[in-house]
Ligand binder design. Structure first.
Ligand code: ADP
Ligand code: MG
Length: 506
């Protein structure tokens, strides 16, 4: 792959140490990390969950969460030290010169602003565009990141978009001002492979044509192998190996890298290889037209056992406001029927926004369909309510796509796992404590166990199905529950006071 002149380093990180102060002690998340990034280079950061990838990405833009601090080291961007730079100067660089795509798409967009406005705001602030031009450019950018019907979607609030679409909006915000460095923390983890490829192609074009340097945090070695010029392998806060993909993945020298390579599925599948330029438009358009696909892999005896779940003719529509006024109907789920044999694994696949999550949420009775029936374990659950519905929650569990938004940040991980057990009166206190400590993600990271979920790396968080969700807005936390979606409880992050407000998305 041809790259522009890589000349001097645009970013130079030297001996960086980052700690988190938590109630259970100090977590040394990053220990003596150093690397350089040349203009136009794509540097992939890989490593297991909790190895410090997100911490480094956040530190590069001085956006470490509460409790996180740079203990020592320097981060030099274009000759200026970002660690000691005053906030005002840093604000001018963020967005304009450094675009940041955070790992969590739900907590990172302003829930009170339409997505088009969020991109337009960045263009007005950093590029001095007027309102009309910024709005038009925002629609163009949404289109570029592969959001179908971009003009209508620009007028929607984040919660009306699928997880993958929100992730694409964040990518759009990050590259809207043609920055010199894009830091993208798992930018394609919620995207289907077609959109993933589209987004990665676009990042690569930015690097090639405009000399934008890209730091790509990914757990997917196939992406690193196909796209990066340089790979950094992280383990327990340290870079254990770095070099070109051919060196690092072809002939890994560190035992941990060898383990990673051996465990990586599809490293040689080529599924993420760039498409030929001429085919891109057509292929993308064809993918956008593709519909939700249902498939299942049944066990050998599956045909002889009754279905545990059967949905029939599920339909769910939403109203989508048009930029020119009026509204059109968006059909999120269109006459979907399927049956899941007991004891089988059933996969729902499809591109981002094709209706997978909505279908799953309808089947679990979290979202109400416009029409259709749901049978679970021989019983029609389409209209169960009250205590019957509450009891159903115990029998149908959901692991949400977005671990950040699904966990109450004010509760310890222990309490989160304990809560459904208490709600359904399962076991006594000591049995519940034992059950909690068996939980695999937390058993491997005991210091996080009694800390809030924000202390845990994203990969080790899981969801509590019957709960609402916390969202973060710039000045407050607010809570939406599945039962009363638009009733929010806000709590200022700085002063901890709380009040109740009604927030309508309309
Ligand atoms: N807000 C936080 N408070 C305390 N510890 C944290 C916080 N965020 C991350 N950590 C800890 O820092 C380490 C690195 O986490 P992270 O950077 O998220 O890893 P990765 O992105 O590689 O999964 C982990 O041990 C994690 O538990
Ligand atoms: Mg991370």
């Amino acid at each position: 792959m041809t790259r522009p002149d890589t000349g001097d380093a645009l970013l130079r990180v030297t001996d960086l140490h980052i700690d988190y102060d938590t109630r259970s002690g100090i977590t040394r998340a990053v220990r003596g990390v150093g690397f350089t990034v040349a203009p136009g280079a794509i540097v992939a950061v890989v490593g297991e969950s909790g190895s410090g990838k997100s911490t480094i990405s956040q530190a590069l833009v001085r956006r470490l969460p509460d409790g996180g601090r740079i203990v020592s080291g320097s981060i030099s961007f274009d000759g200026r030290d970002l660690v000691t730079m005053p906030d005002r100067a840093l604000r001018r660089i963020r967005g304009a010169d450094i675009g940041f795509v955070p790992q969590d798409p739900s907590n990172s967009l302003n829930p009170l602003m339409k997505v088009g406005e969020q991109i337009a705001e960045s263009l007005r602030l950093h590029r001095g565009l007027n309102r009309a031009d910024a709005a038009a450019a925002a629609v163009r950018i949404l289109d570029e990141v592969g959001i179908p019907d971009a003009a209508s979607r620009a007028g929607q609030y984040p919660h009306k978009l699928s997880g993958g679409m929100r992730q694409r909006v964040l990518i759009g915000v990050a590259w809207s001002c043609s920055p010199r460095l894009v830091i993208a923390d798992e930018p394609t983890s919620a995207l289907d492979v077609t959109v993933q490829r589209h987004v990665l192609d676009r990042l690569e074009t930015l690097a090639r044509d405009q000399g934008t340097a890209v730091i790509l945090v990914t757990h997917d070695l196939a992406i690193a192998a196909d796209r990066a010029d340089q790979i950094l392998v992280m383990q327990a806060g340290r870079i254990v190996e770095q070099g070109t993909p051919a060196d690092v993945l072809g002939a890994p020298s560190h035992p941990y890298t060898r383990e990673l390579v051996a465990a990586a599925p599809g490293l040689t599948s080529g599924r993420l290889a760039p498409r030929p330029a001429s085919a891109q438009g057509d292929a993308y358009a064809a993918a956008a037209r593709s519909r939700l696909t249902l498939a299942f892999r049944a066990s050998a005896t599956a045909t002889s056992v009754p279905d545990i779940l059967a949905v029939d003719d599920l339909t769910k529509t939403y109203s989508l406001r048009q930029p020119a006024g009026g509204a059109k109907t968006l059909t999120a789920v269109d006459a979907v029927s399927f049956a899941v044999p007991r004891g089988s694994t059933f996969a729902i696949v499809g591109e981002s926004g094709s209706g997978k999550t909505t279908t799953a949420r309808i089947a679990a009775r979290i979202v109400t369909p416009d029409s259709g029936r749901i049978r679970f374990d021989g019983q029609d659950i389409s209209s169960v309510a009250g205590e019957e519905l509450r009891q159903l929650r115990r029998r149908i569990q959901v692991v949400y796509q977005n671990p950040f938004g699904s966990l109450d940040p004010t509760m310890s991980v222990e309490r989160l796992v304990d809560e459904p057990l208490r709600a359904f009166k399962v076991g006594n206190r000591s049995q519940r404590a034992r059950c909690g400590s068996c939980s695999p993600p937390c058993a491997s990271t005991p210091p996080s166990w009694t800390a809030g979920p924000r202390s845990s790396p994203a990969g080790s968080a899981s969801a509590s199905p019957s709960r609402g969700r916390w969202h973060s807005a710039p000045s407050c936390w607010f809570w939406t529950s599945p039962c009363r979606p638009w009733t929010c409880r806000c709590r200022s992050r700085s002063c901890n006071c709380s009040w109740t407000c009604r927030w309508s998305s309309a």
